[in-house]
Design a protein around this ligand. Sequence first.
Ligand SMILES: NC(=O)c1ccc[n+]([C@@H]2O[C@H](COP(=O)([O-])OP(=O)(O)OC[C@H]3O[C@@H](n4cnc5c(N)ncnc54)[C@H](OP(=O)(O)O)[C@@H]3O)[C@@H](O)[C@H]2O)c1
Length: 328
Amino acid sequence: MRLLVLGGTHFLGRHVATAALERGHDVATFTRGISGGPPEGALPLHGDRDDPDALPRALESWGPPDLVVDTSCQTREAGRNAAAALTGVRGYAFVSSLNAYRNWPPGPIGPEDSEPVWDGDDDEYGPIKADAERTLAGALGDRFLTARAGLLVGPSDPVHRLGWWLERIARGGRVVVPDALAQPIALVDARDLAGWLVEMAEQGRSGAVNATGPVGMTTLGGLLETCREVTGSDAEWVPLPEAELLGAGVQPWTHLPLWLPRDVAVTAWDVDTTRARELGLPGRPLRESVADTWTWLQEHGRPPAAQPGPGLPEDLEAHLLASGHTRS
Ligand SMILES: NC(=O)c1ccc[n+]([C@@H]2O[C@H](COP(=O)([O-])OP(=O)(O)OC[C@H]3O[C@@H](n4cnc5c(N)ncnc54)[C@H](OP(=O)(O)O)[C@@H]3O)[C@@H](O)[C@H]2O)c1
């Protein structure tokens, strides 16, 4: 079928275009043309989603798609313009976020239908995703599925959260880690999500799906240990208590990616993914996600969008390691 990826040149969207090509679809991508080209075999169409004329104009040459996977919606206009231009499609899979929920973070998030999403005009990520979901669902009805994605990992990740841990752990030595290593966390490999989104569009599935890994699939410590194994590092953990990290100015999630203070972490990672499992969202072994991300990072280097990106500043790390609490 003719499958249009809104996005498709970067990370998740690029994996979607690759998966769609592998499944034999005739694939076009729609982007501004700033972030490079799509995978070989996909037709690049160009325009700005925020311009109401751009998508209809781009589709004049290619014709109407049968299926859409939308990874690039970040504004209300983008949602409205897609809804106006793509009402005839058979299946539309949209990438939203857990942030669409009013209660997340901190969560917990139960089954999709039991949780309120944002409404109103706030110019923020979660309300914008929720607004785009409503607009598109209004136009497409039961041909519209929204995947409320959790943490994405995998090769080509421009955000560099897992990437930073891999780089830091590979350098070895004493590595500052939160003392919350037993905290369960969950994540989804962008390649697993990508292939599944294509299938969901093919099947014309509808409704909302919490699209992340199952609760308890790993822990923060399990992930870091996998990074240590994959990089063959001699890194030695220096676990520090939350109060000391916060007191020193360590910013959760940003300076130590994937780390959240305990009172948020216990609920934020608690997301019901029963529907995702019922609909077959796969989850490859964590080790494969970590190893492939490490291979990609070594080949390509730190992505430009992650300069400087997340991670513990060296002076802050040195300060923490020198403090009296870090005797090993
Ligand atoms: N990373 C996470 O952990 C996480 C978690 C939850 C949800 N999400 C969601 O997952 C999606 C993943 O994003 P991604 O970066 O991997 O997607 P992607 O589709 O791989 O990359 C974003 C694409 O959008 C295009 N684009 C950006 N602004 C545009 C515009 N105004 N008009 C047309 N095209 C535009 C970019 O190309 P050009 O720059 O060339 O235009 C690029 O191809 C996002 O919707 C994000 O909100 C991510």
